[in-house]
Ligand binder design. Sequence first.
Ligand code: DUC
Ligand code: ZN
Ligand code: ZN
Length: 473
Amino acid sequence: MSRTLISGGTIVNATGTNRADVLVDGETIAAILAPDSLLIGKDGAPAVDGVIDATGKYVIPGGIDAHTHMEMPFAGTTASDTFETGTRAAAWGGTTSIVDFVVQTAGQNPLKQYELWHEKAAGNCAVDYGFHQILSDVQDSSLTAMDELINEGVTSFKFFMAYKGVFLSDDGQILRGMQKASDNGALIMMHAENGSVIDVLVQQSIQRGDTAPYFHGVTRPWQAEAEATHRAIMLADLTGAPLYIVHVSAKQAVEQIAVARDNGRNVFAETCPQYLYLSLEEHLGAPGFDGAKWVCSTPLRSRAEGHQEHMWQGLRTNDLQVVSTDHCPFCMKGQKEMGLNDFSKIPNGIGTVEHRMDLLYQGVVMGKISLSRWVELCSTTPARMFGMYGRKGVLQPGADADIVVYDPNGHTSIGINKTHHMNMDHSAWEGFEVDGHVDMVMSRGTVLVDDGQYFGRAGHGQYIKRGLSQYLI
Ligand code: DUC
Ligand code: ZN
Ligand code: ZN
């Protein structure tokens, strides 16, 4: 088996940083070595097959994006990244594992859907992948299927409090799912927005003639998110199920989560880069139909109301524990433009899987989070939260050699004609110029990206059979 030394860098784990070399043997990390301590061969070179020079750079565990929707059927179309294109873009950006969502809608058998998602992903992924299951049709057979799916490594289940007629489960159905989870150890993930309220506001807005993308944000107000977040927390409390709120964007929702955690409840939450940087005013409110690029749910929030700064604060204080992307890309042409005269017909979603590591690194540059916290939010906690830690999310002997060499002195220009590999005809991040650069990406010992060149292949990525969340007792 081939041995590679990553030498001269500063290792960053969630627990701290230190100057050390990483010895990779085959697919795993064999040792973390004091700098330059590896035995030298007869020819004077280190006794390894290859050396990657990481001098002056950070060596971090590969990113884990725990919330993606590759080729997801949604709103009469399909997310534009396939497992092939989306995981390739992930690799370019230093993300070496994704957890994608199997979709069950009314009348569908979750186990059949799980098999279908395997068919979509197998042989196509550049990086490793796991699955969560969306349950939209809660009935006895779906609840029984939860047990079987857990045995398959699908240990987290997403419910929706919005999207009536498509994904929405009512409170009784959610309660039943949570009761099951409190028995079998599954983690309940929640899309927390009050769908009934939103549906009325949307209808009224369209009737008034307020049809532009901006009104997508106006008709999904923070109250709808905060109320649903509170309700989800109460339902979870009633059942004892652990709860993970996805894509939090409203500061009032964070407040609900913080109170629950302070009261000792098993409540966790993620936010996404779009809620840290983008806003209702500047992006959803862009001239003409441009705002459609940023139609996603939960929506971008008002900067004047301070939601973005509050998300950063939540990441710093651990009221929020994970940063995922909710990667769900749609092209403007033929997809977003379906809602040209009616924002409610714009497919919801933004593509970010490629840029999450860079965008969050700006938190370090701006002094909002530490280096270790960056790694914790983007890799270590996702691994622990979703039952992958030890193998993923940490640089330690025995772990998969999923490693990124990150250059803090590098620079990354984001945009459709620049560092963009996602299958989209635009970028939600066009024009972002950021400090730092993903120099080298290794997945299970194989170099996927090095110095601006791609060496990965569809089919390298393997299914991750996940365990139960390591945050549960
Ligand atoms: N939100 C999105 O923006 N897209 C897909 C589903 C979701 O919850
Ligand atoms: Zn959602
Ligand atoms: Zn999502």
